[in-house]
Design a protein. Structure first.
Length: 244
């Protein structure tokens, strides 16, 4: 229960869905978790819930597309935690579904790419220097099986996640010499708002009973951040056992 005791972790997109489950799992293993997202009220609620269970967390409102929000987060970590960041989970994500690329608005395209790709770039740009100074760390990027396959009526989302894969494997090569593992988790359909919106947009049944649960993705993240120091699992692909 205390494998991550004394570790400091950031989880983006912690206000709901997969990020919420990841935050919970890391806190249960003893980490102090900084909960990031835009919805301050939900972050407060989660921080209070974790603390009421004797776990350690704080909330930090952060829009991952805004460099100034990342800089404020880094300043807080330097001030209150002596810059000792161990784990960064880049989970925040957005997507627009239901329209072919040629009917996708520039606004939807930009929001998707900015959240899923620029947000991770900014996270690594801001936080990797802290990890380098500390002698190592773990960065886990939540991609998707959409990063491996075509996504009809979801090209912007697919492009962001294929791009995230390229970003991740390249940053991994850059950072491994600093004892930092950059890995990706590629979930299949997981029962959250995002997949339900996607299914509805494509007029597909939104039955969640066969889907992965957010806790399944959290389990994969825990596997990555609790590896022995010499081991580097660089990618995990997760499918529901039976097709939803
Ligand atoms: P979700 O329930 O819609 O949650 C998305 C999270 O991202 C929310 O906490 C949201 O918080 C946060 N977020 C969105 N834009 C943000 C921004 N600009 N700045 C900060 N936070 C932002 O979706 P989910 O399924 O849990 O998705 C989590 C990750 O898993 C995403 O990267 C998604 O692409 C990936 N994924 C999901 C599935 C699936 O089937 N569900 C499959 C593969 C991969 P706020 O709105 O409070 O900011």
């Amino acid at each position: 229960m205390s494998q991550l005791q004394g570790k400091l972790a950031i989880v983006t997109g912690a206000s709901r869905g997969i990020g919420r489950a990841i935050a919970h799992s890391l806190a249960q293993l003893g980490a102090h978790v900084i909960l990031c997202a835009r919805d301050t009220a939900k972050l407060h609620q989660l921080a209070d819930e974790l603390k009421s269970q004797g776990l350690s967390a704080e909330n930090a409102t952060c829009d991952v597309t805004r460099p100034q929000d990342w800089e404020a987060l880094a300043a807080g970590i330097k001030q209150r935690h002596h810059g000792k960041l161990d784990i960064l989970i880049n989970n925040a994500g957005d997507g627009v579904f239901g329209k072919p690329l040629h009917e996708t608005s520039l606004e939807d395209w930009t929001r998707t790419i900015d959240t899923n790709l620029k947000g991770v770039y900014l996270g690594i740009k801001t936080m990797a220097p802290l990890m380098i100074a500390n002698g190592g760390g773990d960065i886990v990027n939540i991609a998707s099986l959409a990063a491996k396959n075509p996504v009809k009526n979801g090209a912007a989302y697919a492009a962001s996640k294929w791009g995230l894969n390229g970003l991740s494997v390249s940053a991994a090569e850059e950072l491994r010499e600093y004892n930092i593992r950059v890995s990706t988790v590629c979930p299949g359909s997981t029962a959250t708002n995002l997949i339900l919106d996607m299914r509805r947009a494509n007029s597909k049944d939104a039955d969640t009973s066969r889907m992965l649960q957010p806790s399944d993705i959290a389990h994969a993240v825990v596997t990555l951040v609790t590896q022995a120091p010499q081991s580097f699992i660089s990618e995990l692909l997760i499918r529901p056992t039976r097709k939803p």
